[in-house]
Design a protein around this ligand. Structure first.
Ligand SMILES: C[S@@+](CC[C@H](N)C(=O)[O-])C[C@H]1O[C@@H](n2cnc3c(N)ncnc32)[C@H](O)[C@@H]1O
Length: 286
């Protein structure tokens, strides 16, 4: 005979298992998994008014908890991430969109008029998170996303469809170290490029090291090569007065400011929610 569980029983068993496996976020991860697979609110778990008898549901939850115990990121298990104004499908083809990158989008939006209808380029679009968020915010803008990873671009394509913004967005494969840029005259160049040094990447949790593509995270020259390259090629991409908006890593701001001297002005640096310098803005000198 199949066993049935109350929802709270299922929660306690799953949470205990993840705790024993050393998952620090076991409580919230279990809540997310149960609410996704049982289609309930988190509060319903604690109200404990539901019994689960369907074996396929119990198996789905068991599989999800086992995956999390092996340090697979919660976002891959749930399949989507809420990012700014959209839902982004997330799997091993591209970096999981990060919380701080939502802040980059927010800061870009603050700098553009509500009815912006110019041209936006997202360098290293990955899952398409930044691109989709901006394309939804500005349905009359022309948005372009590029990445060197063909795998990431297939995921970005699915995210455009999921968020119904394929109409004002195009994607193409491009490597900013070796390919020559043919499209010019953008009003905005936004990018969250790889910016970790190899040493920093080595200290990352297994969720990052084993499941996010390394190429999406690590850059040569102590994490600076891709950021510096993007700043240097910005005059070939932007219109005069066009905006450069970049996310960068700890301790990199002074180097970026110095690289941009002579062709970008109105340079400003913004902090993340922990008060650390993480976002670079500048405009192409007219
Ligand atoms: C940190 S991820 C950002 C992904 C996404 N924009 C986000 O914010 O979640 C950096 C992206 O840049 C891409 N990338 C790395 N080096 C590149 C290069 N030389 N040319 C083009 N894309 C590159 C990676 O494939 C990856 O998708």
């Amino acid at each position: 005979m199949n066993k049935r569980f109350s929802i709270l029983e299922l929660y306690k068993k799953s949470n205990d298992f993840l705790t024993k496996k050393g998952i620090e976020s076991s409580k919230t991860d279990t809540e997310w998994i149960l609410s996704k697979f049982l289609d309930v609110e988190k509060i319903d778990i604690y109200l404990d008014r539901k019994y689960i008898e369907e074996q396929f549901l119990i198996n789905q939850i068991r599989q999800a908890i086992l995956r999390r115990a092996k340090r697979e990121p919660l976002q891959h298990i749930l399949g989507t991430v809420e990012f700014y104004n959209c839902s982004i499908k997330s799997d091993s083809r591209a970096l999981i969109p990060r919380f701080e990158t939502e802040l980059l989008v927010e800061l870009v939006v603050k700098k553009l008029p509500n009815d912006f209808n110019g041209r936006i380029l997202d360098l290293g679009t990955g899952s398409g998170a930044i691109l989709v968020a901006l394309a939804k915010e500005y349905p009359y803008a022309e948005c372009v996303g590029i990445d060197k990873s063909a795998n990431a671009l297939t995921l970005a394509e699915e995210n455009l469809a999921l968020n119904q913004c394929s109409k004002n967005v195009t994607l193409s494969i491009f490597d900013w170290h070796s390919d020559v840029f043919s499209q010019k005259n953008f009003d905005v160049l936004v990018s969250n490029p790889p910016y970790l040094s190899f040493k920093e990447w080595m200290t990352c949790e297994p969720e990052v090291k084993e499941y996010d593509p390394k190429d999406a995270l690590v850059s040569e020259n102590d994490g600076l090569l891709d950021l510096e390259t993007i700043i240097k090629i910005s005059p070939e991409i932007l219109k005069e007065g066009g905006l450069v908006a970049l996310e960068f890593g700890y301790g990199q701001s002074e180097k970026l400011i110095s690289v941009s001297k002579g062709f970008l002005n109105e340079i400003s640096i913004a902090n993340d929610l922990n008060g650390r310098r993480r976002f670079f803005f500048g405009r192409l000198i007219s």
